[in-house]
Design a protein around this ligand. Sequence first.
Ligand SMILES: CC(C)(COP(=O)(O)OP(=O)(O)OC[C@H]1O[C@@H](n2cnc3c(N)ncnc32)[C@H](O)[C@@H]1OP(=O)(O)O)[C@@H](O)C(=O)NCCC(=O)NCCS
Length: 178
Amino acid sequence: MSVQCWNGSIAKLSAERRQAAGRLWDATWPSPQGPALPRVQTRAEQPDQWAAMWLHGAEQDGQVVAVARSFQRTVRVAGAERVVLGLAGVCTDAAQRGRGYGRLVVEAAFARLTAACPVCLFQTQVPGFYTGLGAREIVAEVVNSASDERAFWDPHVMIYPATASWPAGTIDLLGPGW
Ligand SMILES: CC(C)(COP(=O)(O)OP(=O)(O)OC[C@H]1O[C@@H](n2cnc3c(N)ncnc32)[C@H](O)[C@@H]1OP(=O)(O)O)[C@@H](O)C(=O)NCCC(=O)NCCS
């Protein structure tokens, strides 16, 4: 069995990889709005808000079995703006779960953190998966003051790394949630 990982700007990845990511998102989160990939690509074309949108994939024997996406967003917390790495679309093919693929793609996204963008911010329904990868839950109201689009909707808000300092107070995403 061969396992391969890939990462890169959504604009530069092959159409095959982008479409495979889209198929996994649609299988995991079927949406009345239709396929996920065109919506994600539309966002990637708005770099003032969704900067540096990357996909992270894991392939087993040439088959994409897990994906995630990451991007930079400016949010406001405790009156100050900060650039965070957003994480979304993390999923593993239902037949391939429990084999470490989810960890691979999330760790690839976390590897994008830098001194200028040192914290990853995301929402989830499965906090235990992420605490196992070194994230921690924070308790905060999350809002979007910039538009009518919803902020976060999952019950758990998390940051990575767990050791990062994070101020108390409402988190304003200054745009739609992810
Ligand atoms: C959550 C999900 C991505 C995990 O993917 P996966 O490929 O099965 O995860 P891995 O095999 O890499 O697991 C890595 C570790 O996390 C643990 N883990 C996996 N799912 C977990 C969960 N739901 N809760 C707690 N721990 C979990 C594994 O036991 C493993 O621990 P170990 O390293 O101690 O053995 C996958 O279950 C999934 O696609 N779920 C549906 C979509 C979803 O909820 N995505 C998250 C959106 S924020």
